[in-house]
Design a protein around this ligand. Structure first.
Ligand code: MF3
Ligand code: CO
Ligand code: CO
Length: 274
């Protein structure tokens, strides 16, 4: 049975497996953190060019996060030492920023999580480096559609599995693989909380969505098969078949009649080209 826990302004929040139900203070906190995440993703768009190192992009993310009065939640998280994850081509997620340079034709996911006044704004988008092949651009477009189709299911009374079901159906209609090894998550005062938001599921399964639930939806969609493997660094996840992978992520909150997207781009830079 799913347990829910109503959260008020000042209490200590534990990762105890309950699904938290937030009130107006929570919405206000997530709105600010989410907006900062979206502004960072807007501002780095012009930086994503051939020849730029992913470490330089990570530096810019860290600076913008600090300038916004936040700290990168990933810095020091389980030993992770960077302010973003930057995942190129067949890297599915958790790519580690480095001196490696972007090259023409790459597709890149940049994932940021500013922690602002105790709230986590978690979001990622895809970026295109110069001219990108049609096949890759199509994967990026369909992955964004997967995220938005998932978000359309998010309203009180629906089940969590309805989100994954909609995403899986759409991705598989396009003959893409949906990654199973990583999922979305409850978010708020905690970076990663219950529930697990899987991106492939059966409709009508999982917890009932209730107003005040905050979670991410962050489908990872592969041009080839779905299986993933972890590299020796312990973080970088890549497609087993080396096919391209794309991902978009929003943090959302369930409202009385639907949901609020906390991480929408203020500049309308929802998907590339930007
Ligand atoms: N931002 C990622 C997510 O969407 C988590 C990154 S954790 C890190 O959940 F340690 F890899 F940075
Ligand atoms: Co996330
Ligand atoms: Co993220």
């Amino acid at each position: 049975m799913t347990e829910y826990q109503t959260i008020t302004a000042e209490e200590v929040v534990l990762r105890d497996g309950t699904i938290k139900l937030h009130g107006p203070e929570g919405f206000a906190g997530m709105r600010k953190a989410g907006r900062l995440a979206a502004e960072i993703l807007d501002e780095i768009a012009p930086l994503v060019q051939p020849g730029v190192t992913t470490a330089a992009i990570d530096d810019a993310v860290r600076q913008m996060t600090l300038d916004g009065g936040a700290v990168p939640a990933t810095l020091g998280y389980r030993g992770y030492e960077h302010s973003s994850c930057i995942s190129i081509n067949h890297v599915v997620c958790h790519g580690i920023p480095s001196e490696k340079t972007l090259k023409e034709g790459d597709i890149v996911n940049i994932d940021v999580t500013p922690l602002l006044d105790g709230w986590h704004g978690d979001s990622s988008r895809m970026y295109l480096v110069g001219d990108v092949a049609l096949k890759a651009r199509r994967l990026v477009d369909v992955t964004h559609e997967c995220l938005m189709i998932g978000i359309e299911q998010a309203r009180p009374g629906a089940r969590l599995g309805d989100i994954g079901a909609a995403i899986q159906t759409y991705a598989e209609q396009n003959r893409y693989g949906v990654v199973r090894e990583f999922c979305g998550h409850g978010v708020g005062r905690l970076f990663h909380d219950a529930p697990e938001v899987v991106h492939a599921a059966r409709p009508g399964t999982g917890p009932v969505l209730r107003p005040g639930m905050f979670f991410t939806i962050e489908p990872m969609i592969n041009l080839g098969k779905s299986p993933v493997k972890l590299l020796a660094d312990g973080w970088t996840a890549v497609t087993r078949d080396k096919s391209l992978s794309a991902q978009f992520e929003h943090s959302i909150g369930i409202t009385e009649d639907g949901c609020e997207i906390f991480t929408l781009s203020p500049k309308g830079l929802h998907k590339p080209p930007y």
